[in-house]
Design a protein around this ligand. Structure first.
Ligand SMILES: Cc1ncc(COP(=O)(O)O)c(C=O)c1O
Length: 385
């Protein structure tokens, strides 16, 4: 009798394990997706002001009024999407908690949930905690193309929801309008929810960001999840949100309340400041990431990795089988210890670990200097083989 059975079905996050090994070996950590540069100064100041101004008690469970108003205003301005801040928004402790709360609020044990694969590693445990059965649909290499036939076949009357993560972690794919429309059509045909994860919406190098909820017929069957972690480089603040029709929001808020009571009050005050930033801020964010991407793309190309250049988010999922026949976990640990660059083994993003056997994921949400130092170390990779 150690722990409940459900905990045995998922392992500790491999990403956090790789961070631990990276620290032991003083490796450059390109494993975990958190920035090593500062978040915007006005938001830091707003957080300090909120703390000094005694905004230190529970906020309203489903989010402070200023933050919900700021979210609603941002969706109107950016996506021409009206959102009722009183009845349709739940502010959560990160997109992570939003996803877990939405699963627990909308998915019953035994329901099927479609997940595009490779996938962000939290979706598996989310499905398990809700008792759902994940149904995987591949994004096919080399360009991570959505297999449309497999997608059509995956939908059935048992389908409760599909998780749509674009821009996509770990592949860097940005789904096209046509792909989003196909998903929308299938959701409508099979009476399924689209649960989106749009956490990288402002980190794109190609393609537009299509908000599923704005596609015809989708507002009433979409749960839009996003957050502040990536857009404002504040992964430790734990601020995210779910936008859903009022009836589903009521269910999501109940789950959220019992899980966490609410997100940190002073940080919500500062989050509202960020959500009001003008377009310049968001454009610069994408431009800065484009420059960081260039450094890593060059370094990995020179080292002989094979990969598709990401269209969005800040990861490169790269194949190393041309120069090593180790499996992904061995290779990632070897590279951390010998080369001094930490990555995430590709199998963490697949239900069948064999599918990620020759892949590792690099994160480039790092200062240019950090990426250049990693590039120098990667030049020595072949000497260590
Ligand atoms: C696809 C995706 N969703 C959600 C998250 C976590 O977001 P948050 O920090 O808001 O919980 C991540 C973090 O890496 C991610 O890659």
């Amino acid at each position: 009798m150690i722990a409940a059975k459900r905990t045995a079905t998922f392992t500790e996050s491999v990403i956090r394990e790789m961070t631990r090994i990276a620290n032991q070996h003083e490796a450059i950590n390109l494993a975990q997706g958190f920035p090593d540069f500062a978040m915007p100064q006005p938001m830091k100041e707003a957080a300090c002001a909120a703390i000094h101004g005694d905004v230190n008690q529970y906020a309203i469970t489903w989010g402070s009024v200023p933050l919900r108003l700021a979210i609603s205003e941002k969706y109107r301005k950016w996506y021409n999407m009206p959102v009722d801040s009183d009845r349709e928004i739940t502010v959560t402790c990160g997109a992570t908690e939003a996803m877990a709360s939405v699963f627990l609020a909308l998915v019953d044990p035994g329901d099927e949930v479609i997940v595009l694969e490779p996938f962000y590693e939290n979706y598996g445990p989310d499905a398990i905690l809700a008792g759902a059965s994940p149904v995987f649909v591949p994004l096919e290499r080399p360009s991570w193309t959505l297999d449309q036939d497999r997608l059509r076949k995956a939908f059935s009357k048992r389908t409760k929801a599909i998780i749509v993560n674009t821009p996509h972690n770990p592949s860097g794919r940005v789904l096209t309008r046509e792909e989003m429309e196909l998903i929308a059509e299938l959701c409508q045909r099979y009476d399924a929810w689209a649960i989106t994860d749009e956490i990288y919406e402002h980190i794109r190098y190609a393609g537009d960001h299509y908000v599923m909820a704005t596609l015809p017929g989708m507002r009433s069957r979409t749960i839009t999840i996003s957050g502040l972690s990536k857009t404002f480089s504040c992964t430790g603040w734990r601020l995210g949100y779910a936008i859903a029709p009022a009836e589903q929001t009521a269910a999501i808020r109940k789950v959220h309340d019992f899980l966490t009571v609410g997100a940190p009050a002073p940080l919500q005050a500062a989050g509202a400041v960020g959500m009001h930033f003008d377009a310049d801020y968001f454009n610069h964010l994408a431009m800065d990431y484009r420059a960081r991407r260039a450094v890593l793309v060059e370094a990995l190309t020179e080292a002989g990795f094979e990969f598709s250049v990401p269209q969005g988010a800040y990861y490169i999922l790269a194949d190393f089988s041309k120069f090593s026949d180790q499996d992904d976990v061995e290779f990632a640990k070897w590279m951390t210890k010998e080369v001094g660059v930490a990555t995430v083994p590709g199998s963490s993003f697949y239900h069948d670990r064999a599918l990620g056997r020759s892949l590792v994921r690099f994160a480039f949400c790092k200062k240019t200097e950090t990426l250049q130092r990693a590039a120098e170390r990667l030049q020595t990779l072949h000497a260590h083989l």
